[in-house]
Design a protein around this ligand. Structure first.
Ligand code: DX5
Ligand code: ZN
Length: 217
């Protein structure tokens, strides 16, 4: 399984959007957080900015939809050119049907209090499971280490089913936390402030990749 590094642009300098995207050319995806001020207490990025990212980014777009009505909107983000679209389990009324409607890679996101167990029988419908390592809504929060058992259970359920599904972690991922997440079974790492606060964002992506690699099999 490969190591995938997906910097989040949530706290980038939007006054220089194209330049900020160009800084992460060593990444595998750019992670774009969409928030509707209902599912999470914050409003950030909508379809026009996601479309701008699709056109300006040197790497494919990984959209993370923190919105209340993904059944309505998730397919639209795929049509807009996102390579990957992740919606939240807590918000989708019919996650299996929605997964089949999205014409892109599909991810299922779990808030910290949401277990993976109810979704074990439909893991094969997804390309990725996102285990949130913060309560979604804001960048710059601390990594919740108590999510590591859920990362491990998710990876085990995927292996037991003989599937090839990525496990993504998002929130507080940095040089000091990425190895724990990789050891637990994650292979896809979203890092917002760790990458965008670095002097050399592209080098930071590579540093994170090197730390995770020995633990990802
Ligand atoms: C939080 C978002 C994250 C956020 C990560 O709700 O989903 O993608 O931007 O930022 P850091 O890495 O700073 O925690
Ligand atoms: Zn995110």
């Amino acid at each position: 399984m490969s190591v995938v590094i997906s910097p989040s642009i949530l706290n980038c300098d939007f006054g220089h959007f194209a330049d900020e995207l160009a800084r992460i050319s060593t990444a595998d995806y750019v992670h774009v957080d969409v928030m509707d001020n209902h599912f999470v207490p914050n409003l950030a990025l909508g379809l026009p900015l996601v479309e701008a990212a699709v056109h300006a980014s040197p790497v494919p777009v990984d959209a993370h939809l923190m919105i209340e009505d993904p059944d309505r909107w998730a397919p639209v983000y795929a049509e807009a050119g996102c390579a990957s679209v992740t919606f939240h389990a807590e918000a989708a009324s019919a996650p299996l049907r929605l997964a089949r409607e999205i014409r892109a890679q599909v991810g299922l996101a779990l808030r910290p209090a949401t277990g993976v167990e109810p979704y074990v029988d439909i893991l094969g419908e997804f390309d990725m499971i996102l285990v949130m390592t913060v309560e979604p809504g804001f960048g710059g929060q601390s990594f919740i280490e108590s999510m590591m058992p859920k990362v491990s259970r998710t990876r085990k359920a995927i292996r037991d089913a003989g599937l090839d599904v990525w496990v993504q972690v998002d929130g507080g991922v940095s040089r000091s936390t990425i190895e724990k997440a990789a050891q637990a079974g994650a292979n896809n790492f979203v890092a917002g402030s760790a990458v965008y606060r670095a002097e050399d964002a592209a080098a930071e992506v590579e540093a994170l990749r090197q730390l995770a690699a020995p633990h990802v099999h």
